[in-house]
Design a protein around this ligand. Structure first.
Ligand code: FES
Ligand code: FES
Length: 169
């Protein structure tokens, strides 16, 4: 294994939201800081920095991950998805994002990127996810503003639209 001197940075490459990117990272640099400060992908938020609040949630190779508990070097060569990659095209929201907007499921929005990543993953993996499963997933996220009910309603509505049970409204 390559030995690094203190403070020495190495190249980290990843596919970020479909684009090949590269930056420099010291061995202890967190993925959350790498995304925000090295790559300029500031959609991923940082709250507690110890895995509790969920604000920093991203997908790595299709799996949900806390970017504040992941070293940038651990994501080298991986496919990383962040909230910036959810919209299908510029100026158009995803079904889930649009449902969140309609239900006023955010206020300050600090928690929202992480919640979107987790719920997007849930609805992709489990199209029939019910309220109990949505609450399970939201159990990994702290939101100080909404009381959660609008988020649950938005997720249920998005799930129904994605299953083709109701037209986009
Ligand atoms: S900032 Fe990562 S879980 Fe809170
Ligand atoms: S909308 Fe403010 S913390 Fe969730």
């Amino acid at each position: 294994m390559q030995r690094l001197k203190a403070g020495e940075a190495v190249s980290v490459r990843m596919n970020l939201n479909g684009h090949e990117v590269e930056g420099r990272a010291e061995p202890r640099l967190l993925l959350s800081d790498f995304l925000r400060h090295e790559l300029g992908a500031t959609g991923t938020h940082v709250g507690c920095e110890h895995g509790v609040c969920g604000a920093c949630t991203v997908r790595i190779d299709g799996q949900m991950a806390r970017a504040c508990l992941t070293l940038a070097m651990q994501a080298d060569g991986c496919r990383v998805e962040t909230v910036e990659g959810l919209a299908p095209e510029p100026g158009r929201l995803s079904v889930l994002q649009d449902a969140m907007r309609r239900h006023f499921a955010l206020q300050c929005g600090y928690c929202t990127p992480g919640i979107l990543m987790s719920l997007d993953t849930l609805l992709g993996d489990e199209p029939d996810a019910d309220e109990a499963r949505i609450l399970d997933v939201l159990g990994g996220h702290l939101c100080r503003c909404t009381g959660y009910r609008p988020i649950v309603d938005a997720a249920l509505e998005a799930a129904a639209i994605l299953r083709g049970e109701t037209g986009d409204v």
